[in-house]
Ligand binder design. Sequence first.
Ligand code: NAG
Ligand code: NAG
Ligand code: NAG
Ligand code: NAG
Ligand code: NAG
Length: 420
Amino acid sequence: MFLSCIWFLELLLLSLLFNVNSAQTIVKSLPGYPGELPFKLETGYVSVGKNDTVQLFYYFIESERDAVRDPLVLWLTGGIGCSAFSGLVYEIGPLNFDAESYNGSLPSFILNPYSWTKIANIILLDLPVGTGFSYATTSQGYLSSDTKSANDAYMFLQKWLLNHPKFINNRLYIAGDSYGGKIAPMVVLEITKGNEAGLTPHMSIEGYLIGNPAMNVPKDMNWRVPYAHLLALISDEYYERAKSSCDGEYMNPNPNNTECQFALQLIKQFTDYVLSCVWMNNPSVREALQIRKGTKEKWKRCNGSLPISYDQDVTSVFDHHQVLSTKGYQALVYSGDHDMMIPYIGTLQWIRDLNLTLEEDWRPWFLNGQIAGYTLKYQFQEDQCYLTFATVKGGGHTAPEYKPKECFAMIDRWFSYYPL
Ligand SMILES: *[C@@H]1O[C@H](CO)[C@@H](O)[C@H](O)[C@H]1NC(C)=O
Ligand SMILES: *[C@@H]1O[C@H](CO)[C@@H](O)[C@H](O)[C@H]1NC(C)=O
Ligand SMILES: *[C@@H]1O[C@H](CO)[C@@H](O)[C@H](O)[C@H]1NC(C)=O
Ligand SMILES: *[C@@H]1O[C@H](CO)[C@@H](O)[C@H](O)[C@H]1NC(C)=O
Ligand SMILES: *[C@@H]1O[C@H](CO)[C@@H](O)[C@H](O)[C@H]1NC(C)=O
């Protein structure tokens, strides 16, 4: 009682010092969904950066099971510049578009029975600035980078937790897929440094989970050629020729090397993301989500011009993973095994390169008696701390979009410290 009282005063003081400049709304209904939403959705802005010039927009959905005991997850979508909303409706959130009944008017929603919000409190953040509904009040404010994204995410969490003190003691995980999978370990490292330096609020960080993650983009992409060969999309003969002529460099080969050019004609992914644009640009939708008027002319699922003002100043996060392996965390790395953008064989290779002790060798994991993928587990430096790697059979980029049921089972087991 005494402690919690001091703790409360400390928080109060901190929030005054921090001048917590944020706005939040509980969203009870959404256009396209009949009646009240059967889950608790909050949206809001948190200002970060020097002079509070960056306004980060988020969606927060409370766990539908036990908001007090279930973990708190910060989710970062990739891109660079893809909205958190696409994580919400296409990947791990409680709503999916009802594509079948779409008739050209406002798209409608159905509930996703495999939403991760059934077992976790999830914040989906529009990061970096310029993504989704996040914006800056100055043109300078739009300049961004990996380092700035990680700092912004950390500051966002500090302020968000001060505004939501009841979640301070929940186990905290940082999650990201694709390019977000590169930023997530950077955020965990920021949190670690903050905790070690005694910054408040102290965060109950338990670990991180990354899906079809970027690690070192040119290296990740270079695995597309061996991967296409593994899938028998390119013949042995063609692969061997490319391998010997490209000298292992498939993404930036010598332009004079014509032999090598064949290997770059790889599969393009095409998925229909049209519905989210129709919905998000409808005025009644913006009103329901409490989007500030005049801050965004047009919502885009992924902001294609964002990468121009974004500096990928951290080429590789290998060292981040290595440092984190000594900090007493849990890590889950999962990959749809049909991902041509960031093939799992490359992901598995950098995990092997960490030289961790193998705890459990490659084996299938199951759902309802069917093989759902393969997994192996490495021991981190501390006892009972592991890096688990899992493939999701038949999953693309990224896995939950294609295999929601399997991914839900995977995450449920992992959050509960069960073997996959
Ligand atoms: C913050 O505001 C100060 C004073 O107005 C200004 O000198 C400085 O350049 C601003 N910094 C940023 C990053 O906008
Ligand atoms: C489209 O479907 C909605 C219900 O989902 C209905 O209200 C609307 O009238 C339909 N519009 C057309 C053009 O059929
Ligand atoms: C490609 O060939 C041209 C003409 O021979 C030469 O000038 C250029 O340096 C070569 N480029 C590379 C990357 O070797
Ligand atoms: C896309 O990002 C750029 C740079 O961050 C920003 O100037 C622009 O407003 C963003 N576009 C949208 C539609 O959000
Ligand atoms: C892993 O072990 C290999 C072989 O001993 C060594 O060359 C490499 O530097 C090690 N990597 C790390 C990250 O320690």
